[in-house]
Write a protein that binds this ligand. Structure first.
Ligand SMILES: NC(=O)c1ccc[n+]([C@@H]2O[C@H](COP(=O)([O-])OP(=O)(O)OC[C@H]3O[C@@H](n4cnc5c(N)ncnc54)[C@H](OP(=O)(O)O)[C@@H]3O)[C@@H](O)[C@H]2O)c1
Length: 277
């Protein structure tokens, strides 16, 4: 496993398990346990995934010490605002049954609400109080990040955004790298859709004796992008972490970069205004 050092000196694994749409209860519990057994040390959940309780239970009951696991959760859109964010964090912590969270993210900027700066200030307070080891954002575009950097004292440690071969987000990545904000890709496998069967990807995979998913994850990592692939399938959970034993050539990286078509599978951050899912 590769780790990265965030801008506040906290170490974060470059690869973790995402648990969006993983059913609460035994499915989430077994999936997190399988990931920890396979060597994963980062679990990415969110209040809106409604599985924080099972994630927390799997972590508490695992043989891996809590301090070796990096736990991310996120503040849902309904709870923008200073006091609301503080309360939402306590509620997540209660559901997780943990003493602290490693990374707490604002899930979406919700620009129409105009409250993400105030909300981020609550995250700064949680950080100062030692309840979170790092704070950051998700789905923030350059303009949103600029407002945070201008108005707040802590530069976000992470920006988690949609990235895959059909949505490469080069400009946003470059901006974040300038400010030492670690980019983390959500839907890194394009939710299991076309990118996995693209001939450019399958050809490179055949050349390396790797799967298309492994090639895509490797491409992210070599771009300096952290990844949180989701799978509830034990063999895929194992497959997705076997990406540290091969290297894509410059030409292969360029060929995958060339697939970009700015195609989102999720919402545009400037248009997202959903409170309920
Ligand atoms: N911040 C945000 O707004 C946001 C939004 C979306 C997601 N996320 C986070 O990012 C995580 C990952 O994104 P995602 O779940 O949308 O999509 P993803 O990880 O790109 O893709 C998951 C899909 O790909 C399949 N899959 C996994 N490994 C595979 C492999 N090796 N070969 C073939 N298919 C494979 C999975 O199937 P099976 O599970 O059936 O194996 C699942 O259907 C989420 O779980 C969540 O933690 C964050």
């Amino acid at each position: 496993m590769e780790w990265t050092t965030l801008n506040n000196d906290v170490n974060m694994p470059m690869l973790g398990l995402g648990v969006y749409k993983v059913e609460d209860g035994s499915v989430t519990f077994d999936t997190v346990k399988a990931a920890l057994d396979a060597g994963y040390r980062l679990i990415d959940t969110a209040a809106i995934y409604q599985n924080e309780e099972s994630v927390g239970r799997a972590i508490r009951e695992s043989n891996v010490p809590r301090e070796e696991i990096f736990v991310t959760t996120k503040l849902w859109n309904e709870f923008h605002g200073f006091d609301e964010a503080l309360q939402a964090f306590e509620d997540s912590l209660d559901r997780l049954g943990l003493d602290y969270v490693d990374l707490f993210l604002i899930h979406w900027p919700m620009p129409r609400f105009g409250k993400f700066v105030e909300t981020y200030k609550a995250l700064e307070q949680l950080y100062e109080e030692g309840k979170v080891r790092a704070i950051g954002v998700s789905n923030f575009e350059v303009s949103h990040l600029e407002q945070i950097i201008q108005s707040c004292s802590i530069v976000p440690a992470v920006n988690q955004v949609e990235i895959h071969p059909y949505l490469s987000q080069k400009e946003l990545i470059a901006f974040c790298q300038r400010y030492d904000i670690q980019i983390q890709a959500w839907s890194p496998l394009m939710k299991g859709r076309e990118a996995l069967t693209d001939p450019v990807i399958t050809d490179i995979a055949a050349r390396h004796g790797k799967s298309p998913a492994q090639v895509i994850l490797r491409w992210h990592l070599q771009n300096g992008v952290a990844v949180i692939p989701k799978s509830v399938t034990p063999s895929r959970i194992q497959e997705n972490i076997q990406v540290f034993d091969f290297t894509l050539t410059k030409e292969e990286m360029a060929a995958i970069d060339g697939l970009n078509r700015n195609e989102r599978t999720g919402s545009d951050p400037n248009e997202m205004h959903k409170i309920h899912y």
